[in-house]
Design a protein around this ligand. Structure first.
Ligand code: GTP
Ligand code: MG
Length: 325
């Protein structure tokens, strides 16, 4: 991020800077990638001023975006894999959930998306030899579905499985949860997550997993029938880019959930291609479609991965956590 403050940009006075910040435009970069219409709406300025501010921000911000191949290589070599705790599931992912990437879990209600995020929040804290990342976890919880009791059960399950002692309280202390009350709040919390990660960066528990559960619920609810689908997609797109950046900067895994309809119908078409999830589809690096099977079994399908063959894995959601199905 550049060190330039909003006030230093041409055409931005103190009052405008204040309004922009309140609307979530806290950095020059955030303004550089925004549209005039967005700024007009959030800072009570005219369209031409908005265009000038964006242009100034683009000049000031470091959004050149080019890096040399050897640097890309260096970054890729640091990619870590977080184990799901299930053999088949890990194999399908080429070893586990990757850092520096967004993994999208999509499926109908009750398919187990939230359960998988809880399990990953436990696994991310395990040592590397047990498939973990020795990390802390940040959760943006939009539906109030984070359950500490469930984390405890899963920690106890992991202790049993690996034959070691684990302190559930300690696991809970390494999970930082924030409720998001609406989509704007959710976007702001991605910034707060970055601050948390910066604060923990040089500790023995850096943030290695960011969970957004659910990524899409607020966006969907707020933009229903408003005829502002393009607006919604643009905001969601920016949010996803923030999340991708978080993953890159912290070499962390980013896992998001997205509820979709199970039954194909006239409006939704192919259930494995969530409508409104188009932009999600293009940004998420790994897309996992989860569906219910018999009893506690769940089928996880890897969809459209650029570098891995499409495949399926069967898991089961048990009291002790996720296990091979
Ligand atoms: P939505 O958020 O509504 O879209 O659903 P989801 O995909 O997040 O589903 P979730 O992960 O909440 O899965 C719920 C299912 O997980 C339940 O129907 C149970 O089958 C299982 N589950 C949840 N809690 C427990 C638990 O404590 N023990 C066991 N054994 N299973 C659980
Ligand atoms: Mg859920």
């Amino acid at each position: 991020m550049s060190d330039i403050s909003l006030e230093e940009l041409d055409h931005v006075g103190p009052a405008t800077a204040q309004k922009l910040k309140e609307a979530g435009y806290t950095s020059v970069e955030a303004i550089a990638v925004s549209s005039p219409a967005e700024l007009v709406a959030s800072a009570e300025i005219g369209e031409s001023t908005a265009a000038k501010i964006i242009s100034a921000a683009r000049n000031a911000a470091d959004i050149g975006g080019f890096e040399t191949g050897d640097l890309v290589m260096e970054r890729r070599e640091r990619v870590a894999k977080l184990s799901t705790g299930c053999i088949e599931f890990d194999e399908m992912l080429g070893g586990g959930v990757e850092s520096q990437a967004i993994t999208e879990l999509y499926g109908e209600f009750g398919s187990g998306k939230t359960q998988i995020t809880h399990q990953l929040a436990v696994n991310a804290q395990l040592p590397e030899e047990l498939g973990g990342m020795n990390g802390s976890v940040v959760i943006i919880d939009t539906e109030n579905t984070f359950r500490p009791e469930r984390i405890k059960q899963m920690v106890e399950g992991a202790a049993l499985k690996h034959g070691i002692e684990l302190d559930p309280e300690e696991f809970l202390r390494n999970i930082h949860v924030a409720r998001a009350y609406n989509s704007n709040h959710q976007i702001l919390l991605a910034d707060a997550a970055s601050e948390k990660a910066t604060a923990l960066k040089d500790t023995d528990r850096p943030v290695k997993l960011l969970i957004v559960d659910s990524l899409t619920a607020h966006f969907r609810a707020e933009y229903v029938g408003r005829g502002t689908l393009a607006d919604r997609q643009q905001k969601l797109n920016k949010h996803l880019h923030d999340l991708q950046r978080f993953g890159d900067l912290n070499n962390a895994c980013v896992v998001v959930t997205n509820q979709v309809m199970a039954k194909p119908d006239a409006f939704f078409g192919d259930p494995t291609r969530p409508i409104g999830g188009h932009i999600v589809g293009h940004t998420a690096t790994f897309r996992l479609y989860i569906r219910k099977s018999k009893g506690d079994k769940r089928i996880v399908k890897l969809v459209d991965s650029p570098c891995l063959p499409d495949g399926e894995a069967i898991i089961a959601v048990t009291t002790d956590g996720l296990v091979d199905g």
